[in-house]
Design a protein around this ligand. Structure first.
Ligand SMILES: [Mg+2]
Length: 404
């Protein structure tokens, strides 16, 4: 059978070239080698940027702000071979200081830069993109995600297998935002009813009220369910030490970012005096931050997020630095759709020292615009086996979005 280059690439991108599906290649070995050569010569032809807006069922409140919708940005990179990759930016203004408008401006600023470039030269491309729009890490993440999606499709492998392939499923927690302790207990019970077996709650308002939140939630979930808390920088150093010491009887697994992101010595002081292990979140954006935190011995754990680090490449670097320092990590999220969540799930699955996951960002979304991708069943996330990210955006949903 004779196949054209376009047909080969189509089959390749669908994963049909894998040995599990086609036992005997139905084209000559020479043709296969030609097509591989073509993929190596692939160039970026077109970049499409559009809004990617998903309303929430209810506002999501944390210590430093409230989000009413996921106002995201979608990036699609198409190559001259016909293969394409997709990525999502999910700006969370109180944490990263970006907005949808700034992400779009940043995405447009680098569109021309990437034309005719080799999409598999990821390290160099992300360096160039990061140099120009580092103050919009979510935009860098969207491009990075699309490039890695292309890499997986070109290789015919699901991304997590290319990045390390440590596991193919794992548990995630479910997060409850700030509310009255009674309402938070109700929400946590709903999560348990859905099958989640790891619970995270937001704190960081008033230490007395926060202790009550933790006590009431622990009493509601029983002694065995892991319970994590996240203060999102809401406490002062003395408040954090006071609150965390009083929380000791309630078996808190770890506390994320008790104090200001910039206060590394404060974080270290809390760590030294808290019976609850401390996880750095907002203090950790880039690989260089992870080095600072390790040098200062300021935390027990890292929370890595694609939208802080600027995508998978930097997130992997952080995970590797952490592994060398014997630090275990969580991968968290903003309020992105299942597109960026799937990218984050590939990261979790790839690395041994990413032992916690907080990938529930779409739990308050009114709709799911993503086809394929990770599956969540009773709190367990299963990775897709299709090449690349293994997901796509529903074309009907995309028609309603605005191209820019
Ligand atoms: Mg956090």
């Amino acid at each position: 059978m004779k196949i054209t280059r376009q047909q080969f690439l189509k089959y390749f991108s669908l994963g049909l070239a894998s040995t599990t599906v086609i036992k005997k290649p139905s084209w000559p070995a020479g043709k296969m080698a030609d097509a591989r050569q073509e993929i190596k010569k692939m160039k970026i032809k077109k970049i499409e940027i559009s809004t990617f807006d998903v309303p929430l069922t209810s506002p999501f409140r944390i210590a430093i702000g409230t989000m009413h919708a996921a106002n995201d940005v979608l990036v699609k990179i198409t190559t001259d071979s016909g293969l394409y990759g997709i990525g999502e930016a999910c700006p969370f203004p109180p944490i990263t200081g970006e907005t949808q408008a700034s992400n779009i401006a940043a995405a447009r600023a680098i569109r021309e830069l990437l034309k005719d470039k080799d999409p598999l030269a990821i390290e160099g491309l992300i360096e160039q993109i990061g140099n120009i729009v580092h103050s919009n890490p979510s935009t860098v993440a969207a491009y990075d995600m699309a490039l890695y999606d292309l890499l997986g499709k070109a290789a015919g492998l699901p991304l997590y297998k290319l990045l390390g392939g440590y596991r193919s499923s794992f548990e995630t927690d479910m997060t409850t935002g700030l509310n009255t302790p009674e309402k938070m207990v109700e929400s946590v019970k709903d999560s348990l009813a859905l099958g989640y077996r790891q619970i995270k709650i937001k704190v960081g308002e008033d230490p007395d009220l926060d202790v009550r939140r933790v006590q009431m939630v622990r009493e509601a979930i029983g002694p065995d369910i892991p319970l994590r808390i996240d203060a999102n920088q809401g406490w002062s150093v003395p408040q954090a030490i006071f609150a965390l010491r009083r929380m000791e009887p309630f078996k808190v697994q770890f506390a994320e970012q008790p104090v200001l992101a910039s206060d590394i010595s404060g974080l270290k002081a809390v760590r030294e005096q808290s019976p609850v292990p401390i996880m750095a979140d907002e203090s950790l954006f880039l690989p260089s931050d992870s080095i600072k935190l390790i040098k200062e011995e300021a935390c027990a754990y890292f929370n890595i997020k694609l939208m802080k680090a600027g995508g998978l490449l930097n997130s992997l670097k952080i995970a590797h630095i952490a592994a060398a320092a014997n630090i275990q990590c969580m991968v968290g999220c903003m309020i992105e759709t299942r597109l960026a969540l799937t990218a984050a799930a590939h990261l979790v699955a790839s690395q041994k020292n990413i032992i916690f996951a907080d990938l529930d960002g779409n739990s308050e979304h009114q709709l799911d615009p993503v086809i394929g991708g990770m599956k969540v069943e009773k709190g367990t996330i299963y990775l897709p086996e299709a090449p690349g990210l293994g997901c796509d955006v529903d074309p009907a949903f995309l028609k309603k979005m605005q191209a820019v």
